[in-house]
Design a protein around this ligand. Sequence first.
Ligand code: 5GP
Ligand code: ZN
Length: 146
Amino acid sequence: MAGECLFCRIAQGQIPSHKVHEDATTFAFLDIRPLTKGHTLVIPKSHVLKFEDLTPKDAEALFQAVHTLLPRICQAVGAPASTVAINNGRESGQEVPHVHVHIVPRTKGDPGGPIHALFATRPLLQEREFPALAEQIRTSAAKPAR
Ligand code: 5GP
Ligand code: ZN
């Protein structure tokens, strides 16, 4: 529910945050428990759970804000790299049910790993399974929000 949502309340200024960006459709603020210095969350002002629930216009605005913020954040903390990620749905580890893009500044020797380190094991897919899977995705009728 938007009225009870932590990130809606932060975007509306009802809960304090360290804001780093705001425009008509997006809001960005420092993560309260940063993985690295400068860890920032970028959110749409509209209350949606997952990235595909955004309208195309709001999805574009969200990544426009990420694009604008990345160099500013990295310069502010002297980071030459970043990890940009979305925990997209509860099963992926999303804790706050309002879509948010994590921008995590990265430096050589920091304690983080690549996204591949999220998984200790990988499925044993046969090479012959790939064409059918790719075709299934190409021809899928599933649609994001409009
Ligand atoms: P998730 O696991 O949903 O992808 O990430 C939620 C993020 O929100 C976490 O990194 C957590 O530290 C951050 N967070 C949770 N509550 C608050 C809060 O009240 N204020 C701020 N600024 N960040 C929060
Ligand atoms: Zn919300």
